[in-house]
Design a protein around this ligand. Structure first.
Ligand SMILES: *[C@@H]1O[C@H](CO)[C@@H](O)[C@H](O)[C@H]1NC(C)=O
Ligand SMILES: *[C@@H]1O[C@H](CO)[C@@H](O)[C@H](O)[C@H]1NC(C)=O
Ligand SMILES: *[C@@H]1O[C@H](CO)[C@@H](O)[C@H](O)[C@H]1NC(C)=O
Ligand SMILES: *[C@@H]1O[C@H](CO)[C@@H](O)[C@H](O)[C@H]1NC(C)=O
Length: 420
């Protein structure tokens, strides 16, 4: 309580000595545009508190020269000779400069001085930068229409369009003007957008080739700083749009967009599938880990002519608890450390040929069998109980290639006990 009262006291003290305040909406250093011949009003306004008194107001110009414009003292407004007939005082602090010329461009400032509480002196100062144009207010004094080499998507119609630009304006006057467009068939159009000094017209399919013109409306000619008469010509520019080329540009844009959309769809689909299968595998692994239900049995060979060192891949799955057996590789992957049992059976199909295969853990032989078909079909099995570390793979490896007997081939396994 005591502290806040103290702070309040300090604030009151500081505020009490605060000098005059600006009440207009022209921030210090604002840029103001005008056309040659305009009467320029600079609406500087300030307020004094009841205990403050005004000593004087002084205005300065800084540009092609540095000089004082006028002074207000004891209620008398006194312009200096070079401004005597063309500057007027507007209470309180503002001025009007009549019939400005390009030479009048520069910085205008005002300084207000007075006395506040207990005789303290104050001075406040403000500047605006005046830019006077005597021609078209564009970056190079001319008006140009150009074409965006890229087609643009018109958000309102969702159609690819040719974009024409008209500008580049540095000032649009107050109130700002909009240019008028005319199509080759004589239709008047207004701009679609305005950005960074450029008015933009979107021409959508079917593109009409020919003469497009952009012009400053006659009523706005003076705002654009163009003198009447030949000003009307300066305030206008044309562009010949090539119909064939434009239609081609639109087609290309459309094509590219479709391609991108397609690619995006494909990669989205891919991601979806990928994350799905990831999710699927992870879900099964989680399930296997928590329930410890791991077992599989599959039969029938996908390919019966198997080369030396390749896996026997059985792809008709009867059971696959925990989803640890893969039909694409023919391998079982241990979901966690533990003891497992496996058995694999196969035989040769052709008479008189020796089929050999083995049970492997990470490609290392656990058990081996050889089967010789002496006439009727014949089969043999490999089996083993092994301790596996999470991630180990177990599969049936062919030691010597023959034509294997699909229907007699199977591969099974299950978890005996997990490591605790
Ligand atoms: C006018 O004011 C601007 C901004 O305060 C300053 O950068 C510039 O140098 C001034 N020009 C002249 C001629 O004093
Ligand atoms: C384009 O049209 C403008 C008027 O709309 C005209 O002044 C100009 O000569 C025309 N240009 C061509 C090449 O037709
Ligand atoms: C079966 O495997 C052999 C040897 O690896 C290969 O040449 C053949 O193309 C495969 N056949 C099929 C249908 O996949
Ligand atoms: C699984 O076994 C390996 C090798 O023996 C060991 O490094 C690892 O820590 C074990 N993992 C768990 C979860 O017990």
């Amino acid at each position: 309580m005591a502290v806040s009262a103290f702070v309040l006291l300090i604030l009151t003290f500081i505020c009490g000595t605060q000098p005059a305040k600006w009440t207009d909406s022209l921030p210090d250093g604002s840029l103001k545009y005008a056309c040659a011949g305009d009467n320029v009003h600079i609406p500087w306004n300030f307020a004094l508190s009841a205990s403050e008194s005004l000593d004087d107001v002084q205005w300065f110009y800084q540009g092609r020269s540095s000089e004082m414009i006028a002074v207000l003292t004891h209620g008398n407004f006194l312009p200096l000779p070079s401004f005597s007939h063309r500057v007027h005082f507007i209470p309180n602090g503002g001025i009007i400069v009549d019939h400005v010329t390009v030479q009048d461009s520069g910085n205008y400032s005002v300084e207000i001085s007075g006395h506040g509480d207990s005789g303290t002196f104050f001075r406040i100062k403000r500047t605006i930068i005046l830019q006077v144009g005597a021609d078209l207010m564009t970056t190079d004094g001319h008006l140009h229409v150009s074409e965006n080499p890229m087609a643009v998507l018109d958000k309102r119609t969702d159609q690819w369009s040719i974009e024409l630009h008209c500008g580049t304006f540095t000032y649009l006057g107050q109130p700002p003007f909009d240019v008028e467009w005319m199509t080759p068939s004589g239709k008047l159009m207004s701009s679609s957008t305005y950005k960074d000094g450029q008015f933009k017209l979107l021409v959508s399919a079917p593109v009409q080739g020919g003469n497009y013109s952009c012009r400053i409306p006659v009523l706005s000619i003076s705002t654009a700083c163009l003198p009447d008469g030949n000003g009307a010509n300066k305030g206008k520019a044309t562009y010949i749009l090539d119909q064939t080329e434009s239609r081609l540009t639109l087609l290309e844009a459309h094509q590219t967009a479709l391609q991108k959309e397609n690619d995006a769809l494909k990669s989205e689909n891919f991601l979806l599938k990928n994350s799905d299968s990831n999710l699927f595998d992870r879900l099964h692994l989680l399930e296997a880990r928590t329930s410890h239900h791991v077992s599989f049995h599959a039969r029938n060979l996908r390919n019966t002519s198997i080369q030396h060192d390749s896996p026997l891949i059985v792809d008709h799955v009867i059971i696959n608890q925990g989803n640890c057996y893969s039909t694409s590789t023919g391998k079982f992957t241990a979901p966690f450390n533990g003891t497992y049992f496996f058995i694999g059976t196969s035989g040769s199909l052709a008479t008189g040929q020796t089929g050999q295969f083995e049970l492997t853990v990470e490609g290392q032989q656990i058990s081996f069998v050889s089967t010789r078909d002496n006439g009727p079909l014949d089969a043999a099995s490999v089996h083993g109980v092994v301790h596996l570390t999470q991630g180990d793979t177990v599969w049936l490896k062919v030691s010597s290639g023959i034509e294997f007997w699909s229907a007699a081939t199977s591969f099974s396994g299950f978890l005996v006990s997990p490591d605790s």
